[in-house]
Structures are given as structure tokens and as C-alpha cells.
Design a protein around this ligand. Sequence first.
Ligand SMILES: [Cu+2]
Length: 68
Amino acid sequence: MGNVTLNVKGMSCGHCVKSVEGSVGALDGVDQVKVNLDAGQVDIAFNSEKVTLEKIKETIDDQGYDVE
Ligand SMILES: [Cu+2]
């Protein structure tokens, strides 16, 4: 198990929350994903044997947001 908080730039509304939580949440191995819009952060609980942090970052990036 892994827990990580990522700083993500460009999330500004409910749509952004949905696309990030939806896409990351759909990854095999991701147990929980929660966007904190005000802080510009994404809390993720994942199984590092099933999914890499790199893959998670890539998925957020693919939605059009910048992971710091
Ligand atoms: Cu938005």
C-alpha cells in the first residue's frame, strides 16, 4: 500500500475534480482518490504492486493537468 499527496496545477472546478477522480480512480490498484480543489492537491491511496506512482501521474497529466 502507498499513500501520496500530489500537487496538481490547473484544477479549478467540479469538472476537474470529476475528471481527475474518475480517471485515477479507474486505474487498477487505486483504492482511493480525493481531490482538494482549494489546496490544489490530490490524495491517493494505491497498491504499489499493481500500479506505479508514475502511471498515476501520467494519468493526471493525460487529463490536461500539471503534476508538480
Ligand atoms: Cu474544471
